[in-house]
Design a protein around this ligand. Structure first.
Ligand code: ATP
Ligand code: MG
Length: 689
């Protein structure tokens, strides 16, 4: 009853409270509910409640979709705990649950048990670009190059491999269902993947998929599985609708009877099936257990105004299959969302910038505002407009800071020193040195491979004369990095100093790029060790921004540009959604099957439900389609098929710029000319820098 409810749960509604208080001994718990109903908030309260009820925080595992979401969750849990303890709000509580993504937690657990499974604890994690490069090398060694007979590209090869791993399906099934045009290459692809796996093992390299795959394999070894099972009392997962089969099987292996397992999600927001996520995980969850999981649904929306919620419900209401039900808003008032027609993408950019500035003038911080879009490239025009108007922004889901060559160069030195068997990093570093060609580089790496002591092999290696000087400067640095791990983070400075002349030599814009290297040093200083730095940076890299240095401007006010996929779980006071036209939403690439179109509908729903107070959907009348089908040109666009006439009535439809008024204002209401000047000047003062 309410009398037993602890004070720190007082802000929760009764259903949220039920979920927060659910006893682990009573079996697994599923919270399934629509956007903004407080699922994440409830999860944070549940974790705090577990801690206050005596659970060991170190034995609570909190799995989130991104590291940003994990950080946000830590912040929310910390806030609740601190409030109860009377500690300062921002302070990190002394003991804290494990929070992270499946991949991040997998990496940590694998390092701990590495030696028990014959894996080097210094293994390197390859990001997608590195994984593609490695696949390309293996493909080359096998003589299967893409130039010959149109063998699939390295990106396609990796996508096929990844799909097979994550959906736990065999190669021929994946080819048949998702990559039919590659089916003729099944035998070659099987050979390629076998060699790729062997190369990864020889070089102590794991790619993203391996973090889950190895973890799943661990769970099949009885002794290790028991060890890992005994390690956590409570496992809580947010955004469960976007997990894949491998993740679900890991979870079920960790908690076979479901005790202490809580999953939270919204089937109407499942948007990652292209990465093998399956909404069946959440729909089938209750039935996995005997007795079945307890299901809690939440029906009040705390985020959006009623008109925004009505429009969102109208869109998702047309979806054929859905578990979570419509929501009602706990708020009142608010304006209808706007459906804004503009001439083209340039006008769209001006329209968004103008509304951002208008909100800003009314006192809404830039941070409370976001522009969302289907694909990272769709924000190009807007980015130009924002730079032109000096409106700072960060972009999520776009090109990453770490993808810049110079940043990768520096990281490769650290990666190689950490794991001298990592050929991709080694090759990259050695080829930076003037006078060393691919032949010498390969000979060096082969010599290191063949030796039980790769460092000794490196120091003994004789470089050709032209490279002698550069080599003499590098080899001692490598030895220092490989041996002395205690020098963190100062060693990043040492690498940067070694790299500076190469940067000058290799890049015309060395000055700007060296700013990035400085920034990397500063980021490094926030991590406890080299290993943590390399792991976490690879798994969840910082995003690009309008700042010169390429990483988010930390304290300044900036608006957010994000793909809808990366905006999951977040909220802003004002949201603009770009390019709400057919061909874009749904994407032309996705109009193949009904399932794909339904996923696009959910994507629009996810985007719209990020808005708290203001929402506008922008519909350019002309839209650039960079696709062969249309021959790379502007096409006349139509409003997205998801906005039927009935749905459109939940919006205020308008066009931008607004048409000039038909009648001039009566003279009496027109302000005198002097006042107009003064108003303009006052507005000028508020121009955002
Ligand atoms: P999404 O599906 O988008 O991830 P969600 O269901 O996880 O949404 P939250 O992000 O937890 O929803 O909450 C949405 C907003 O509602 C947040 O601003 C949160 O602080 C607020 N909120 C949640 N529960 C309550 C409550 N009981 N009282 C007041 N505000 C609440
Ligand atoms: Mg959430």
């Amino acid at each position: 009853g309410a009398a037993d409810t602890p004070a720190y749960l007082a802000s929760l509604n009764p259903e949220q409270c039920t979920a927060a208080l659910h006893a682990a001994a009573d079996g697994p718990l599923l919270v399934i509910a629509g956007a903004g109903s407080g699922k994440t908030n409830t999860l944070a309260h549940r974790v705090a409640h577990l801690v206050f009820s005596g659970a060991d925080p170190q034995r609570i595992l909190l799995l989130t979709f991104s590291r940003r979401a994990a950080a946000e969750m830590e912040r929310r849990v910390g806030q609740i705990i601190n409030r109860v303890l009377g500690a300062p709000a921002g302070q990190r509580p002394p003991v804290f649950p494990w929070a992270g993504t499946f991949h991040g937690v997998g990496a940590r657990l694998l390092r701990e048990v590495a030696e028990q499974i014959g894996l080097s604890p210094d293994f390197t994690i390859h990001d997608r670009a590195d994984a593609e490069d490695m696949l390309a090398l293996v493909r080359h060694d096998l003589g299967l190059d893409a130039t010959r007979d149109r063998f699939p590209t390295k990106a396609t090869c990796l996508a096929i491999y990844s799909r097979a791993v994550n959906s736990e399906a065999d190669l021929s099934a994946v080819l048949r269902t998702a990559f039919p045009w590659c089916a003729q290459w099944e035998a070659e692809l099987a050979e390629l993947f076998e060699s790729y796996v062997a190369a990864k093992q020889a070089q102590h390299v794991l790619d993203y998929d391996d973090l889950l795959l190895y973890w799943a394999h661990l769970m099949q070894e009885p002794a290790l599985a028991a060890q890992l099972r005994a390690r956590f009392d409570h496992i809580l997962v947010d955004e469960y609708q976007d997990t894949n089969r491998l993740q679900a099987s890991i979870l079920l292996a960790l908690r076979p009877d479901g005790r202490g397992l809580t999953v939270v999600g919204d089937d109407a927001q499942s948007i990652y099936s292209f990465r093998a996520a399956t909404v069946r995980n959440i729909l089938d969850f209750p039935r996995h257990f005997d007795p079945p999981a307890r299901i809690v649904t939440l029906s009040r929306n705390y985020r959006s105004t009623p008109p925004i919620l009505a429009a969102s419900n109208a869109i998702i209401g047309l979806a054929p299959e859905r578990y979570a039900k419509d929501l009602w808003s706990t708020r009142d008032g608010g304006q209808k969302p706007r459906l804004v027609s503009v001439a083209d993408e340039a006008e769209q950019a001006r329209c968004v910038a103008a509304s951002v500035l208008a909100h800003r003038e009314q006192g809404m911080a830039l941070k409370a505002q976001a522009a969302l879009f289907r694909t990272a490239s769709h924000s190009a025009q807007l980015e130009i407009e924002l730079v032109r108007r000096n409106i700072p922004f960060v972009k999520f889901g776009g090109l990453k800071f770490l993808e810049a060559t110079h940043v990768k160069d520096v990281l490769s030195v650290l990666r190689w020193a950490q794991n001298p068997r990592n050929r991709i990093a080694g090759f990259r570093v050695v080829r930076l040195l003037p006078g060393i060609g691919p032949v010498s580089a390969t000979r060096l790496l082969d010599a290191m491979d063949a030796s039980a002591d790769p460092l000794a092999a490196l120091l003994a290696f004789r470089m050709p004369g032209a490279a002698a000087e550069a080599w003499a400067a590098f080899a001692p640095l490598f030895a220092m990095l490989h041996r002395e791990r205690s020098a963190w983070p100062a060693e990043v400075g040492a690498v940067a100093r070694w790299y500076a002349p190469h940067l000058e030599r290799l890049h015309d814009d060395a000055a700007v790029r060296s700013g990035d290297i400085d920034q990397l040093e500063r980021i490094a200083a926030t991590y406890a060790s080299r290993e943590r730095f390399l792991t976490e940076l690879t798994l969840d890299p910082p995003e690009a921004s309008s700042g010169e240095s390429g990483v988010p401007l930390r304290d300044d006010d900036y608006m957010v540009l994000s793909t809808i996929h990366s905006a999951k779980g977040q909220e802003w006071r004002a949201v603009s959604i770009l390019n709400v036209v057919d061909g874009c939403m749904p994407s032309d690439l996705a109009t193949g099957s009904q399932d794909e179109i339904e996923e696009e509908r959910r994507l629009l729903y996810v985007g719209m439900t990020r808005a708290r107070d203001h929402l506008q959907l922008i519909v350019p009348q002309r839209f650039y389609v960079p696709q062969q089908k249309y021959g790379d040109r502007h096409v006349l666009a139509g409003r997205s098929r998801f906005i039927s006439n009935a749905v459109a009535r939940t919006f205020e439809t308008c066009s931008w710029p607004p048409p000039p008024p038909l009648e001039p204002l009566p003279p009496s209401r027109r302000p005198p000319p002097a006042a107009i000047d003064m108003l303009a000047r006052m507005r000028g003062q508020w121009k955002v820098r």
